[in-house]
Design a protein around this ligand. Structure first.
Ligand code: NAD
Ligand code: UDP
Length: 311
């Protein structure tokens, strides 16, 4: 049994990760300041004696004894990370330094939840880990994407300078149950709009693309990355099944049998045009692959939001 710290554990990905780690027989400490996450996401785990919930902001130091750290704490949706950009970059820099310091003192292995946003608006397609990216350092997304780039730098410097045992994963767009209703991300927005028969808001003309990974595959990838000895990363984890935002809207309208019409709004600045992971590294080094088709994942997510809207 390992003692595992998950930061940002009351969020969407973190809550699923905790569930899985507990299921594998580990002791899990969940740290979250509830900035975008919610106690409700981990409510069902509170009775488990091997689960502990701590309200804490990782921009402040934390003293615990642990074997592994998954560092997920950070607002992830553009509307949330742009609400308080200074807090976002502080979480990525001060917060990351605190968690790396904790890993250094306890000799814990630490995994960073980095992001496809480090590639910015990519000029290489699909994106391999060797691509350095095309990021605007002063735009509205910079607090997040430059913050995550700085966090990667800190991980590799702590590794080279202090011998910290690191793993870095670049997460591509992920979706599933427990995304927040007011999250503002495209999958949750479209599903909620469709279920309410409200207009589906496409930003731009909808020809831009993303590649959506179902949460179960993401959690599987994170745990595989943490528990292998071959590479420290960065490794892309995501579903290479690329789809345009317009196709996604049409897919969700069809699956929900919605009466919603599609409306077009302006595209936010610096919104990437295309995104698709090259996952050869994850496949060969982690023996990881996609097990859930987007359509099945969307069906589960639609059922989840139906319940949330009826509560
Ligand atoms: P989320 O917003 O649901 O979860 C983030 C959690 O971190 C929330 O519970 C929030 O309250 C907590 N948090 C934020 N700042 C904190 C701080 N300073 N101290 C303590 N807790 C803090 O987002 P998510 O989708 O679950 O994303 C989890 C991680 O994965 C993030 O680091 C995100 O950047 C990364 N990621 C997610 C995606 C995606 O598509 N969901 C894509 C790329 C990367
Ligand atoms: N998007 C959209 N309508 C919405 C929400 C998002 O068209 O109601 C677009 C957004 O501009 C982006 C894509 O969908 O091009 C994915 O957005 P999301 O916020 O989910 O993720 P990210 O931009 O971080 O990939």
């Amino acid at each position: 049994m390992k003692k595992i710290l998950v930061t940002g554990a009351a969020g969407f990905i973190g809550s699923h990760l905790c569930e899985c780690l507990l299921g594998e027989g580990n002791e899990v400490i969940c740290v979250d300041n509830f900035y975008t996450g919610s106690k409700k996401n981990v409510e069902h785990l509170l009775d488990n004696h091997y689960f502990e919930l701590i309200r804490h902001d990782i921009t402040f130091p934390l003293y615990l004894e642990i074997d592994q750290i998954y560092n997920l704490a950070c607002p992830a949706s553009p509307i949330h990370y742009q609400r308080d950009p200074v807090f976002t970059i502080k979480t990525n820099v001060h917060g990351t330094i605190n968690m790396l310091g904790l890993a250094k003192r306890t000799k814990a292995r630490i995994l960073q939840a980095s992001t496809s946003e480090v590639y910015g608006n990519p000029q290489v397609h699909p994106q391999p880990e060797s691509y350095w990216g095309h990021v605007n350092p002063i735009g509205p997304r910079a607090c997040y994407d430059e913050g995550k780039r700085a966090a990667e730098t800190l991980f590799f410097d702590y590794h080279r300078q202090h011998g910290v045992d690191i793993r870095v994963v670049r997460i591509f767009n992920t979706f599933g149950p427990r995304m927040a209703l007011n999250d503002g991300r495209v999958v949750s927005n479209f599903i909620v709009q469709a279920l309410r028969n409200e207009p589906i808001t496409i930003y731009g003309d909808g020809s831009h693309t993303r590649s959506f990974c179902y949460i179960d595959d993401m959690v599987d990838g994170l745990i595989k990355m943490m528990n292998q000895e071959e590479i420290i990363g960065p490794v892309n984890i995501g579903n290479p099944d690329e789809i345009s935002i317009k196709q996604l809207a049409e897919e969700i309208v069809r699956l929900t049998q919605s009466q919603s019409e599609i409306v077009y709004e302006s595209l936010p600045s610096d919104d990437p045009q295309r995104r698709k992971p090259d996952i050869s590294l994850a496949k060969s080094k982690l023996s990881w692959s996609i097990n859930n088709h987007r359509l099945d994942g969307l069906k589960n997510t639609i059922e989840y939001f139906k319940k949330v809207l009826n509560d």
